[in-house]
Design a protein around this ligand. Structure first.
Ligand SMILES: Cc1cc2nc3c(=O)[nH]c(=O)nc-3n(C[C@H](O)[C@H](O)[C@H](O)COP(=O)(O)OP(=O)(O)OC[C@H]3O[C@@H](n4cnc5c(N)ncnc54)[C@H](O)[C@@H]3O)c2cc1C
Ligand code: FES
Ligand code: FES
Length: 462
């Protein structure tokens, strides 16, 4: 069994020998390969200084190299800032635009911005300011200011800055592989389940946007991982007239189009979940798997009445997500089980779905409170409602007292009932009183939205 990591770096085939697969891509680029154009700022996926581009399936996706493990790169094509070439050896059009717009000062953040700009412009990015702001939300600059950077992005938007990526010359693996006898990369569900049973100590690894921090910020990489992203059943996305099913290891970027088409209320919310770098790697299964009380997807999935399919060598079972979260970071997942997929029923006639994220910063921030609401209206009255919140308790959960009060006595009663549903904690993101007030206000916003969507859109645009 071959056990060297192979990938393409700036069009050159690379085979890594003797470097642990748990090394971050950033450390390997800088310390082993001597490519220091890619910078380390925060080492936790926040600043974007380490942004590189993955060239895959005809697309260019920006990712944070500080939280990606080398084993995840096997078989992929990576481009760093050193791999940009302009005509006749001159600067690349993105670099020219940055220079001409005076979009750089100390230059520390610049390679990261250049790589995000490359991914944006070469994936059909337009000059729409909101789209540019979204594409840059994962990159921080502390000295230039963002106006000239946005100006540079505007100049290159719509230009064919780079031909579509060539297919990777690395032949895809057909069999499971293990790097360092610790980084397992199964290719089929059967192999995955056998590995899960044989290696209970190994952590399940999807996008690594949570787990990668062990290797980067904490410098204590996991001892063993089982990678989920090569197993077709875990990355499949499907839909029928009744429901949407998202493989647990499908990235947010891959799942977003179908989710937004089915639940348009998710569009703005998803654009605030991490950054494009995070959404290009992170998965919904990982968000549910961490069982964080402030993960953004659980309230959405709870409100949508999602179910979770769990699989092990013992068989398959389906649970309503309501039954999955047991206590703080405790779930119903058995040690030998894996989340295979999440399914949610489509909206029926008369149903509408909305959600809100309240955080200290608009972009790249974890929620203080998140709310999601699926509401059925019949004959001008609310006939059914599922209201779910994150950041209000040890687990994401439904607000059942508020749901009952809403059906019986309306929104004002529902807002008052929030205090019966939740006893939130005080922490640096917000006090318990603040959280209760925010959740109650979100229900008031929902009332306004349902009465006159335009009025709330104006408020949201502020
Ligand atoms: C800069 C930054 C910004 C972020 N912003 C947000 C945000 O705005 N909102 C938010 O909610 N989160 C945010 N996150 C957290 C993270 O991106 C999400 O939780 C993401 O969904 C994790 O998915 P992943 O695939 O990267 O998980 P991984 O890191 O691969 O895994 C996370 C956990 O889930 C487990 N797991 C993964 N897949 C499965 C499975 N199929 N079955 C069972 N267990 C599984 C893993 O074992 C691990 O314990 C952010 C993270 C960073 C670094
Ligand atoms: S170093 Fe800051 S995002 Fe990677
Ligand atoms: S140019 Fe100095 S941090 Fe951006």
């Amino acid at each position: 069994m071959a056990d060297n990591i192979r990938f393409t770096l700036n069009d050159e085939l690379v085979e890594i020998v003797g470097v642990p697969a748990m090394t971050t891509l950033l450390d390997w680029l800088r310390e082993h390969r001597g490519l220091r154009g890619t910078k380390e700022g925060c080492a936790e996926g926040d600043c974007g200084a380490c942004t590189v581009v993955l060239e895959r399936q005809g697309r260019r996706d920006a990712i944070n190299s500080c939280i990606v493990l080398l084993g995840q790169i096997d078989g992929q094509s990576v481009r760093t800032v050193e791999g940009l070439r302009g005509a006749e050896g001159g600067p690349h059009p993105v670099q020219t635009a940055m220079a001409e717009a005076d979009a750089t000062q100390c230059g520390f953040c610049t390679p990261g911005f250049v790589m995000s700009a490359l991914a944006y412009a070469s994936s059909g990015g337009t000059s729409d300011p909101d789209a540019i702001h979204d594409a840059l939300a994962g990159n921080l600059c502390r000295c230039t200011g963002y106006r000239p950077i946005v100006e540079a992005m505007t100049r290159i938007a719509g230009l064919a800055v780079e031909p579509p990526p060539a297919p990777s010359p690395v032949s895809p693996r057909t069999a499971s592989i293990a790097f360092d006898s610790a980084f397992f990369a199964p290719r089929s569900l059967d192999e995955l389940l056998a590995l899960r049973a044989d290696h209970p100590e190994a952590l399940l690894l999807a996008g690594a946007t949570d787990l990668g921090l062990l290797a980067s910020r904490a410098r204590t990489p996991p001892k063993a991982v089982i990678q989920l992203t090569h197993v077709p059943e875990l990355t499949a996305i499907s839909s029928t007239a009744d429901k949407i099913t998202i493989g647990a290891a499908a990235t947010y970027a891959a799942a977003a189009p179908i989710l937004i088409e089915a639940f348009p209320g998710l569009r703005a919310y998803l654009s605030r979940l991490g950054s494009s770098q995070i959404r290009n790697m992170g998965t919904i299964g990982g968000n549910v798997g961490t069982a964080s009380p402030i993960g953004d997807m659980p309230p959405v999935l709870l409100a949508l009445e999602a179910s979770v399919t769990l699989v092990s060598q013992r068989g398959m079972r389906e649970l309503l997500l309501d039954e999955f979260f047991l206590d703080y970071r405790k779930t119903a997942l058995a040690p030998d089980e894996i989340i295979q997929s999440l399914s949610m029923p489509r909206l029926w006639e008369g149903e509408t779905f909305h959600c809100d994220k309240v955080s200290k910063r608009r972009d790249q921030d974890i929620s203080t409170v998140a709310g999601a609401y699926r509401v059925r209206i019949r004959n001008g009255k609310i006939a059914d409602a599922r209201l779910a919140f994150g950041g209000m308790a040890a687990t994401p959960r439904r607000a059942r007292a508020a749901e009952a009060a809403l059906l019986k006595d309306g929104f004002a009663a529902a807002a008052r009932a929030i205090a019966m549903d939740f006893k939130p904690v005080d922490d640096w993101r917000g006090s318990a009183a603040y959280r209760l007030q925010v959740a109650a206000n979100l229900l008031r916003r929902l009332e306004l939205r349902l009465a006159d969507p335009r009025r709330v859109l104006e408020v949201e645009a502020l």
